[in-house]
Design a protein around this ligand. Sequence first.
Ligand code: ADP
Ligand code: MG
Length: 616
Amino acid sequence: KATSESHEFGTEVPRLMNLIINSVYKNKEVFLRELISNASDALDKLRHLALQDPTVMADEPNFEIKISSDPGNRLLVIRDTGIGMTKQQLLENLGTIAKSGTADYLKHLEKQKATAAADGESAVNDLIGQFGVGFYSAFLVADKVSFTSKHPSEDKQYVWTSTGGGAYTIHEDLPENDIGRGSMITLHFKDSETEYLDQSRLEGLVQKHSSFINFPIYLWTKSSETIEIPADEVEEAEAKEEAEDKKEDEDDDAEVEDDDDEPKNGDDQPKTQTKVIEKESWQQVNTQKPIWLRDPKTVDESEYDAFYQSFNKDDKNPLTYTHFKGEGKVDFRGLIFVPAQQPSDYIMSFQSVVNNVKLFVKRVFITEELGQFLPKYLNFVRVLVDADDLPLNVSRETLQNTRELVTIKKSLVRKTLEMLDQLARKDSFKYKAFLDQFGANLRMGITEDTPNRQKIAKLLRFPSSNGDDLVSFTDYIGRMKKGQKQIYYVAAPTLEKAQSSPYVETLLARGYEVLYMLGQLDEYTMQTLTSFDDKPLRNVAQSGIEFGDEDEETKETLESLKTRFTPLTDFLQKHLSEHLESAVVSNRLTKSPCAIAASRMGWSGTMERFMKAQNR
Ligand code: ADP
Ligand code: MG
């Protein structure tokens, strides 16, 4: 008899399980999505391996996922013919959590959970949604889980079992249980969660969360089917029945029936009959062709939403998306989604490299680990690319730099910016939500993506002296006064401060519009951008400002005032030399008697505050 070894979980697992098992998390159904997605990953890995070594397919030619439930015994079995796990891999993958940053993340969650119950719930929601508790989500519904697995590199098959406490066991399986290749996960359901064992419930869940899985998912299904019995078989059966009747008649010597009185369709007409039979069989639940291969005109928004949710493990709909066909140097299909929310800072902070592009070649998933593929400012988008042809026998680094992928990357960036421009045009409400979440990314983009700088600048919006609406540079330029050559802006920490800024006074008095830059990064961004559509950006808090509408007379007046007030400016400069670079007479103010301005090349007050905060 096989001996069973006991192992303790790595330190983080019981903590994670504790959070899961005791969570008030209502959306327990995600367990199925997680297990199916693992099965799909395992099939992807196998397909990849089989490209190099076809012999791994020997025992089992199919790539598939099969699900069967046994409500009587409270059991659910999920079987995949993927790559499976060796004993060592079972120990590593199901005994510890390899993901970096897990310990920190758990600490964060536990703290949150302790402080506020409602937050705690959303924290666990977050955990399952974004971090993906993955396999351990089985314990949301099951009190015992066993995981049988066989990897192509091992003859033996192992069984991992746990009841969710601090420990698990592993034993070698008996030869008669051999599953060939892949994994079989058996969930022993909690009494309270048996609703998920219902066949139609399972079918619904697969449809809802996993219909886009790229391998067939079969459900063991009991169904009643109406079948047609062909005419000749009906006649045959009738003839047999008649013969039997006759025999019975003879045997029993019962009253003689006149067969000819029975209603018939006429003897020489062929006839069929129908019959209802109960049957059990494997039914494929996900029959759709992958959404990205379909013609965008035939896919409606709700399908994109559902796809996005399963693709990105998000329980919200995307803010916007684009679906397109790239043609030319390399043919590919692309799907780009913008999530409704910026991933929480916490997650962003430990994921320095974001893998947000899933790469397929001719429907086959290749990798999502392209490293930092898109520019960082686009870390928030979620992308799927299916290329018709790529050189795959190369390392990731080489792959990234192939002509094909460089082309794809450029087109993804372009399509993303176009998509955002579209959103701004057709849905200002959603666009506002986008800016609230990802406005800082656009500002980063101005610095990071020099070639697209103007395109990104076109997407920026600011409050302005013109009214309550947010204003684009294009709007601003459309309203520029005759003779105005520059775009005026002021940076301030709040709208009130911007509006009451003494620098703004003159401009408003002269009828110029001023953009209010209230974001921390704005001033820095404007200094990088320097101009939009060949109109220089001008920070009105910097000295030496010139308007396009000064006439000779005002210039002369200013000169005479300068002369007249020289004693005062000299006096100020002398006595305040520690604090001032210079004191000048200016025509910039209308109501305030004086203002402190930053020098033309220097930092403004806002910028100084920002830099100080950065250095702290
Ligand atoms: P993730 O899928 O995010 O890596 P999971 O907790 O879902 O995390 O799974 C942990 C690991 O266990 C996986 O990375 C994989 O190596 C392994 N695993 C889980 N399910 C399977 C399976 N059905 N077949 C093969 N390996 C699996
Ligand atoms: Mg997983």
